[in-house]
Write a protein that binds this ligand. Sequence first.
Ligand code: SF4
Length: 312
Amino acid sequence: MFNILLASPRWYCAGVDRAIGMLDDIIKTYSSEGTIYVNHEIVHNKFIVSYFERKWVIFSDDLESMPKWSIMVFSAHGVAPSFVKQAKEKWLRCIDSTCPLVLKVHNEAKKFISEGFQVIYIGKKNHQEAIGVRDNDLKNIFVVGNKKEADELNFKQEQKLALLNQTTLSVDDTKELIHYICKKYPDIKLPGFSDICYATTNRQEAVKEIAKRSDALIIVGSQNSSNSQKLKLIGEKIGIPSILIDKKNELPDNFLTSIQTLWVSSGASVPDALVQELLGHLKTLGWTLKEEVIMSEEKMIFPYTIDLEKKK
Ligand code: SF4
C-alpha cells in the first residue's frame, strides 16, 4: 500500500490571505485608473504572481518607469522605508499590504533604536523582510544568519543590544542561534514573544511530528519562499528524502521509488488547489490519501481597509 498523510494547517496564513485579498479588491475598484504596480512579489508564490499578472498587475521596483498617480502596493514581506519615501516622492499612490506580524518586528526595531539600542536581527540578508527591517537604520541594525556571522559581531559589553528575528525562520535553528548570541552578549534584550510567526511555527510543528512516521516529504511551495524552504529542511534533518516543488509536474519520476508512506504539506503562501492537483496526480500513480492529520486549527484573520489617496 502506498499511503499519503496530508498536513493541516498548510494553506494561506492570515498575512498572505490579507495581501491577496487587498490586491484583488484594489484591482476590482481601481483598475480603471491605470496600471497597478506591486514591488517585489505580493507573496512568494509563482502561481499567485502569475494569477495577478494575468490581471495586468506589474511587479516591479523600477519607480522611474511608473507614471505619476499610479497605484503602488507594497508586498506582504514588508518594504524598506527608503523605498516608500521614494515612491511617495514620485507621486505614486501607495498602499501597504505588509503582514501585521512583519510590521510588529519593524516597530520593535524602531523602538529599540529610539531607546539607544543596537539591534542584532537574525534573518537572511537578501530576504525582503530583512532588507525592510534593516533599512530602518542601516548603522544600528545588523543582520546575522548563522554562528559564523554572529562571531563577526564585535560589540562592547556595555553597548545596549536587542535581538529580533525574521518571522519565517526555522524555529529550532533560530532558538539555537539566539542561545549562541545570548552566551556572547548575556545582557542582550529579547522580545517578549518569539518573532517567528504562528503560521511558520504551526507548519513546522506539524511537519516535524508527522515526518517521523513517513518515508519521504513533499512540500508544495516556491523556491524563494522562506517558510516553504524551512519545511523541506525539517525533512532533510530527520533524514528522509524531501523535496520542494511548485506543482505536480515538477515531481521527479524517481522520487517515489522505495517509498511506502508519503507526507505532503505546503508553504503558507500556496493555494490549496496546487496541493489537491498533486494529490490527484499521486492517485493516478496508485497512492491513497490515508489521513489528513490536523495538528492545530488556525482562526487568525488580519482585517484591512483600502484607503487610497484620490488621483489629482
Ligand atoms: S508567514 Fe507569518 S509573517 Fe509571513 S505573511 Fe504569513 S503570518 Fe505574516
